[in-house]
Design a protein around this ligand. Structure first.
Ligand SMILES: [Fe+2]
Length: 266
């Protein structure tokens, strides 16, 4: 996974630069099969209003824009990670939270780069739970029992450390540091149970967009209350709907069978 992870992170860096070279971005996409397929499918989806099909990676990159390509690269990295940690079911929730964090950042008036950082932070905040599930498949039940006993966020993280040797925040931030991702991302993930800065609060609120029974949900407050705390209550439905739609389209871009094969099997 490490060689592929490095290529996806390099692609993200190239795609997120202030003045991205789309030829370079397309060349990097072409070396990563799952991302290349997803970029093509994404470029041809109704989600971005595709009217006529594009057939090459370069055309697809030009159509969707480098930032969306970077987002797909990180989405695929996140998928690799939760797969490796044995909890592929957490991937979709990560996409929902990542997209919600970016939208909340936009609504709060943050800049593009801060919002892209929030997207990645949202993706990987959930992934730490996959790390603990790899250590103990009963982790989610264990966590539920701690909540029922009234454990606070801080107590919960401390208990995870005592029981598993690490908590889900440390598992995620350790990996993000190992990958040399920007400090702003690591800090937001590190603070998602005790946010102080506005960007940290945006991520904190985004985590609540998940249904209360979602295995990825590690914070316990209704989403509407979290949005109200940020003065964004009127945007709650928009964020929920758009985040789920983005996750659906992204999952589809990575997992849908090619249309021709589906026809052939019918
Ligand atoms: Fe958490």
């Amino acid at each position: 996974m490490y060689d592929v992870a490095a290529r996806k992170i390099q692609l993200w860096n190239a795609a997120m630069s202030a003045d991205p070279d789309l030829y370079e971005v397309a060349a990097r996409v072409s070396t990563i099969p799952d991302t290349a397929t997803a970029v093509l499918r994404f470029a041809n989806s109704a989600y971005i209003g595709a009217v006529y099909p594009v057939g090459t990676v370069l055309e697809a990159v030009i159509r969707v824009g480098s930032r969306s390509v970077g987002a797909l690269a990180m989405a695929s990295l996140n998928r690799d990670l939760v797969d490796t940690w044995g909890a592929p079911e957490l991937w979709e929730a990560s996409l929902v939270v990542g997209r919600a964090a970016k939208l909340i950042g936009r609504l709060l008036g943050f800049g593009r780069s801060e919002n892209e950082h929030l997207f990645v932070a949202g993706l990987f905040s959930c992934a730490g739970s996959a790390g603990l599930l790899m250590k103990d498949e009963g982790y989610l039940d264990w966590r539920r029992r701690q909540w029922m006993k009234g454990a606070s966020d801080a107590q919960m993280l401390e208990r995870e450390r005592m029981v598993y040797g690490s908590n889900h925040v440390e598992m995620a931030t350790g990996l993000l540091r190992e990958w040399n991702l920007p400090d702003a991302i690591v800090r937001a993930v590190a603070a998602h149970h005790s946010p102080h800065e506005d960007t940290e609060k945006a991520l904190w609120a985004a985590m609540m967009v998940l249904p209360v029974d979602s295995p990825s949900r590690c914070l316990d407050l209704p989403f509407k209350n979290a949005m109200r705390a940020l003065g964004l209550e009127e945007h709650r439905e928009f964020v929920e709907t758009e985040a789920r739609l983005f996750a659906d389209v992204t999952v589809d871009a990575f997992t849908a069978e090619p249309a021709l094969r589906a026809v052939g099997e019918a």
